[in-house]
Design a protein. Sequence first.
Length: 153
Amino acid sequence: MPAPLTGSCLCGAIRYTISVPVTELRACHCTHCQKASGAAGSVNAVVPGASFKITQGAPKRYAATAESGRTLYRYFCGDCGSPIYSHRATTPETLVVRAGTLDDSSAMKITMNIWTRSAQLWAWIDPASKQHPGQPDAPTTGASFSSPPKRSR
């Protein structure tokens, strides 16, 4: 997907750009993402913080202790409630942008599922994707994650 990418919240009060290409998405099935989305979890693009810029509006911030034990800051629109992005307190240089807020994510594909041990039985996980039962370490070049045991349905 060519850069720059653009995105917004549902009501358009917050707009942003991402100046690096994003081709892979990560689905998170943790219970916090389930609660925050009101669905099976969240689908996200992991990007360098320096590549992300708010171009309109100012998101509100919510701090919570994630299932991993780390403090996670979640940024959302104070008007419509759309989740926009998040980051760990310890790694603000890496942002996790909600893919559904991108203006065009049609060329992207979910390549990894995390927190699969918390996934709802009705959540579909592509068996061809990388899977991690909890929170993987920060991405590194050539990182590999093994598939967890199959979930019973």
